[in-house]
Design a binder for this molecule. Structure first.
Ligand code: HEM
Length: 494
């Protein structure tokens, strides 16, 4: 299969090529014919990337070499692309044409984590995706709201205490407490409370697991296959403990699901997945449910907390947006315990703030797929197994697509300011991915973000959000692109 970009894009033509004649197929280039940073023997470009800044390294290359380039990391050739239409075409051609990189699946399975929907492929992925989607249906997500409101109320109490004592709040870890309690509570089907106590043992195990996945995915030498350091043995113990705990939670959930009313409207992710797996013909086993509980914890905690951190940071740098969002919250919402999904759905400006901050600070600034067969991407031929790095934050920061692209202007997502964004803005900015593997948790994530932001605006004044050196927030890439060291000070509203 070939993915030809529109023929009027000179940037995708080989240098020095004859002008393209309408109706004629574009000449096909080889990967190694593409421009790109100079490659060194054996290591290729590996020494030119810094793991925690890899997204900025690649974005810099795209600016310099254009929308398609060739990079090599050790023995692995990579095609890098930044055109949003071409990216969307590849993302849509899954699971048949492209897969997630096989390395991630190998690493997780080596660690003892069952395949979940994030790493599964082919028919196995399709079956898992059906089960997971049932637990994220809009009506289902609404059923999770009471649990989420309880978690938001606990966070309000904690922040009120910090405001009263004049203490600063470390933004990212603090928001992680919220998302951990929210997602772990839904995924385990039982209350998890790290906001009021530091005693959540499972979270301590998960804190070991997240960084190891990132480190091992990028390790040049996979030493742990031959010998284990103390930290690798600790990791094995952590994975085992979480697996045992999840099976325990599943046993409890199955007992609760003997109640037919509960089976008809499961109040958490775990029970919703069990119900979907129990459907005749689902092809899902208990192992699949365990793998997906793990997946929800991995995919749903950092991503949502980080998106919230970036949004609060950007809004605090643009105080008029805080003011407008607060007016909207004040005129729409009553007491927190009575908020409904419909009320939150009316917060259009706040939602625009979310889209705008994800355009400028997507937590996944790049995504990677691997070709399942020999194919042509744009006008470039690649072999089966070649990885394609898709730079998600390039077209989103172009002034010709989003005027004054560097400025945080939430109104560009509202009907009142259509000149500030293209009509297909949501097809250019894709913070949740696209195609059949688009993030299934996106509505839940939006709900959580709105919930915390609305609680913050309703009850507090943000006095400051400071970076460690007083400059712009630094971006640190691990599994997500996290702002470094933000501290927030709050005052209770008069
Ligand atoms: C603001 C928060 C979030 C962001 C920015 C985000 C972003 C993403 C992105 C970029 C992908 C890859 C999509 C693709 O390949 O096309 C993804 C996949 C996924 N996300 Fe999210 N996500 C968020 C929250 C969540 C939450 C809350 C959950 C679940 C509790 C979740 C579960 C998943 C799963 C299971 C996948 C894999 C889907 C598949 O491969 O079929 N995410 N997410």
């Amino acid at each position: 299969m070939s993915f030809l970009p529109p023929s009027d894009r000179p940037a995708s033509q080989p240098p020095g090529a004859m002008p393209h004649q309408p109706g004629m197929p574009l000449p096909v280039r080889r990967l190694r014919d593409l421009p790109g940073p100079r490659q060194w023997p054996i290591v290729g470009n590996a020494l030119q990337v810094q793991l925690d800044k890899v997204h900025q390294n690649v974005e810099g290359w795209v600016k310099h070499y254009g929308p398609m380039l060739h990079v090599r990391l050790g023995g692995f050739p990579l095609l890098v692309i930044s055109d949003h239409e071409l990216i969307a075409t590849l993302l849509r051609d899954r699971p048949e044409g492209f897969r997630r990189p096989s390395r991630m699946q190998e690493i997780m399975s080596e660690m003892g984590i069952q395949d979940g929907v994030f790493v599964a492929e082919g028919e196995h992925w399709a079956r898992q995706r059906r089960m997971v989607m049932a637990s994220f249906a809009p009506g289902q997500v609404r059923a999770y709201l009471p649990a989420l409101l309880g978690v938001a109320a606990r966070l309000r109490t904690r922040w009120a205490r910090a405001a009263g004592l004049g203490q600063s709040i470390e933004l990212q870890p603090e928001l992680m407490r919220f998302t951990v309690d929210a997602i772990a509570g839904l995924a385990f089907g039982t209350e998890v409370n790290t906001i009021e106590s530091d005693e959540d043992v499972i979270q301590r195990h998960l804190d070991q697991i997240f960084p190891t996945i990132w480190r091992r995915s990028h390790a040049i030498v996979r030493y742990w296959k031959w010998f284990k350091l103390p930290r690798d043995r600790a990791l094995d113990r952590s994975v085992k403990a979480v697996n045992v705990a999840i099976r325990g939670f599943m046993g409890d959930a199955r007992l609760r699901l003997q109640d037919p009313a509960r089976r008809a409207a499961p109040p958490n992710l775990l029970e919703a997945m069990i119900v979907a797996a129990d459907e005749p013909g689902s092809g899902m086993s208990d192992d699949d449910v365990v793998g997906n509980v793990f997946t929800m914890l991995l995919a749903g905690e950092d991503t949502t907390a980080t998106s919230l951190s970036w949004m609060i940071y950007l809004m605090s740098r643009n105080p008029h947006t805080l003011q407008r969002a607060r007016q909207e919250v004040d005129s729409t919402l009553g007491d927190l315990q009575n908020w409904t999904a419909d009320d939150l759905g009316k917060l259009d400006y706040l939602e625009a703030c979310i889209h705008e901050s994800m355009r400028i600070k997507p937590v996944g600034p790049f995504n990677v797929v691997q070709a399942l067969k020999d194919t042509v991407v744009g006008d470039v031929r690649i072999r089966a197994g070649t990885s394609v790095v898709m730079v998600m934050r390039h077209d989103t920061l172009r002034d010709d697509t989003f005027p004054q692209a560097d400025c945080f202007m939430p109104e560009r997502w509202l009907d009142e300011a259509t000149q500030l964004a293209p009509h297909h803005a949501k097809r250019v900015s894709m913070p949740f991915g696209a195609g059949p593997r688009i993030c299934p948790g996106r509505y839940l994530a939006l709900l959580e973000i709105k919930l915390v932001a609305a609680m913050l605006l309703q009850h507090f004044d943000i006095t400051s959000v400071d970076t460690p050196d007083g400059g712009e927030a630094d971006e640190h890439m691990a599994l997500t692109m996290v702002p470094v060291g933000l501290k927030m000070r709050l005052k209770l509203r008069a």
